[in-house]
Design a protein around this ligand. Structure first.
Ligand SMILES: [Zn+2]
Length: 312
């Protein structure tokens, strides 16, 4: 079995592992990114991590994959201007890793990598097409179509979180307004709670420090019958249901897979989203789709990067 080196570069942590072609993780390790130290130091830490894992694993390895927050240029192997990696402008990730490790590397947007990982190793195995969403700080998206990841000629697609749901909605990090991400991400929830909390002066959501307002906090308050938390929850569910319905109509996927912290809300959350999707999607297309939770958990990033490496 072939083994590859997989690196999940995040704004907070760098996770890496040696992964087999069947998704077995032989060794793995995680270090803090320390993004404020700048790209050169972060890249040096990635090279050190990769070489350490390669030596520790003792298996022959010739290729590796890196999942990174976008935007990035896959053709040039560079991360360019990611909001999660401040100061990273045209940073040569692939060249630096190849020179430092002697392996061939491929760079992929982390949301696309997660989609491919779910197809190769996870809940997506039996399905094609697959539409994948990563629900967290933002809404990441990936589309697996006709046997491969769909990324477009620039490699920067498929930004599913930036479908516009409300022409006059809240400002989105991408520069547009009313994107799916302004409804169904922790960032969107935070902005909505800040804007609308005044209508519910008694809501415990108003007592959270702004940085702690997220979907998990909403679920905690909703469990205590807070009407504002219920409104926020319904806003998330309606947006996801409507957004997914649009993608079901466009791609005719066999599976829509959700990953990220929000999926801890469990079966009732999935049932609520699916009910909205089935109300809105074209019936013949909705009939052929299932909405599933990711099964890769904390390993999504590393397995996604491994899936990309296996495809070089
Ligand atoms: Zn947007």
């Amino acid at each position: 079995m072939e083994w590859v080196l997989a690196i999940d570069l995040g704004g907070t942590n760098i996770k890496a592992g040696v992964v087999g072609a069947d998704g077995t993780i032989a060794v793995s390790r995680s270090v803090k990114t320390f993004v404020q130290r700048g790209p050169a130091k972060v890249l040096a830490a990635m090279v050190e991590l990769a070489n350490g894992l390669k030596a520790e694993c003792g298996r022959p390895i010739t290729r590796g994959g890196v999942g990174s927050p976008g935007p990035l240029s896959q053709a040039r192997g560079e991360v360019c201007g990611s909001p999660n990696l401040p100061g990273w402008d045209a940073v040569p990730v692939v060249r630096t890793l190849e020179q430092g490790t002697g392996l061939r590397f491929v760079l992929e947007n982390d949301a696309n990598a997660a989609c491919l990982g779910e197809k190769l190793f996870g809940a997506g195995k039996p399905f094609d097409p697959i539409v994948h969403f990563t629900l967290g700080t933002g809404v990441g998206g990936g589309v697996y179509l006709d046997g491969k990841l769909f990324t477009g000629p620039s490699g920067a697609g498929a930004e599913l979180g930036h479908m516009c749901l409300d022409l006059d909605g809240l400002r989105c990090g991408c520069g547009s307004y009313g994107c799916l991400e302004t409804f169904a991400s922790d960032t969107g929830i935070r902005a909505f709670v800040a804007a609308e909390g005044g209508r519910f002066p008694d809501s415990p959501l108003n007592n959270f420090a702004p940085e702690n307002v997220n979907f998990k906090a909403v679920m905690e308050c909703r469990a205590k019958a807070d009407p504002f938390a219920d409104e926020v929850y319904r806003r998330v569910v309606r947006a996801l249901g409507a957004g997914i319905a649009s993608y079901v109509n466009i791609f005719n996927p066999q599976a829509v897979i959700l990953s990220g912290g929000m999926i801890n809300a469990g079966k009732p959350f999935f049932a609520d989203i699916e009910a909205v999707m089935r109300q809105r999607a074209i019936k013949v297309l909705a009939d052929g789709v299932v909405i599933l939770p990711s099964v890769l958990g904390d390993n999504t990033g590393v397995l996604g990067a491994a899936a990309c490496a296996l495809g070089i």
